[in-house]
Ligand binder design. Structure first.
Ligand SMILES: Nc1ncnc2c1ncn2[C@@H]1O[C@H](COP(=O)(O)OP(=O)(O)OP(=O)(O)O)[C@@H](O)[C@H]1O
Length: 306
């Protein structure tokens, strides 16, 4: 049986003022899209850069496709693809020229036409880099990570700063990578992205992995599949007295209350009755299923977005 795409044990890295990676263990199977999800500063990029051989760890073991950097660095380099958080390219180089140039560094390479098609940049193939939109530049960065036809691809926040449409078109490219049988490891601080793209993910906070699983299993483990939201015009009123009246936790947010519940149908009539009796000036009631955001909140007491 072949080795997993990635196996990490006891990874640690500290910088002078911060323990950025604090004992991370991970295993990624071949063909998976695996996500590292966490807020800014959680240690995702540092973890990825250590795996990619760009930063040295203080401790820990890493196996990539069954290989180690110490013994088989050159082979690893040939078989992985890396998209960094920002790719600097000259303004007056075209996507076709960039792909030809990067491809020329590798003995095994994928055709430029094929890559342009994969990321849907045929029409911009001969346009200067500076004229590409943010989303097109990011798609090119993904194509550049694939020039050597890698088995395992690392993407660091591939959609940060993009508008919703551009993000979706990037997601399509990641799905195509998976469809081609590649393993993809990506970082993101967008829970919707993690949920939409990842077969499995590790949620990171303060350098540690605080939960691992499929998006569905992480949400199911919460045992509160639904959240009832009460929205207000402007700031939400104080919720403590209402929670006592309802006999149930009411979690205040800036302009709404969230009430996690296993059974929204049973909660709703009680909730409306209590809101009426207490003259709570709510605007709307909304039932939604729990998300990865709720998983993070539940485990850390903080929001991913903070
Ligand atoms: N070269 C460095 N020198 C000093 N501190 C660093 C360095 N790189 C990262 N850090 C610190 O390590 C911690 C983890 O940073 P890291 O970039 O890995 O987090 P992240 O989860 O990728 O966040 P982001 O989404 O903002 O990139 C942060 O506190 C960061 O300030």
């Amino acid at each position: 049986m072949s080795a997993p795409a990635l196996r990490i044990r006891g990874l640690r890295k500290s910088f002078p003022k911060v323990l950025a990676v604090d004992g991370v263990d991970l295993e990624v199977a071949r063909g998976e899209v695996f996500g590292l999800l966490g807020p800014n500063g959680a240690g995702k990029t540092t973890t990825l850069e250590i795996i990619e051989g760009l930063t040295e760890a203080d401790a820990g073991d890493i196996e990539i496709l069954g290989l180690t950097w110490a013994k088989e660095g050159q082979e690893i380099r040939a078989r992985i693809g890396v998209q960094l958080q920002s790719t600097s390219l000259f303004n007056k180089i075209t996507p076709r020229e960039s792909l030809d140039l990067y491809g020329s560094y590798y003995p095994k390479r994928r055709s430029t036409e094929d890559l342009l098609e994969l990321v849907q940049l045929q029409e911009k193939a001969d346009a200067y880099h500076i004229t590409l939109s943010g989303g097109q530049q990011q798609r090119l960065a993904l194509a550049l990570a694939l020039v050597n036809d890698p088995e395992l691809v690392f993407l660091d926040e591939p959609t940060t700063g993009l508008d919703p449409q551009a993000r979706r078109s990037l997601w399509d490219v990641v799905r195509r990578m998976k469809g081609e049988g590649r393993t993809v490891v990506l970082t993101t601080h967008y829970m919707d992205e993690a949920e939409a793209l990842c077969d499995r993910l590790a949620i990171m906070d303060h350098g540690k992995v605080i939960a691992t699983g499929t998006p569905a299993s992480l949400i199911a483990d919460l045992a509160i599949p639904s959240v009832v939201e009460l929205t207000f015009e402007g700031a939400a009123p104080d919720s403590a007295a209402f929670a006592a009246r309802l006999g149930q936790a009411v979690e205040p947010r800036v302009d709404l209350w969230e009430i996690p519940t296993p059974d929204p149908k049973a909660l709703l009539p009680r909730l409306l009755e209590a809101a009426e009796a207490a003259a709570v000036p709510f605007q709307q009631v909304h039932i939604r299923r729990a998300t990865l955001e709720d998983v993070f909140l539940h485990r850390t007491g903080r929001s991913l977005r903070e």
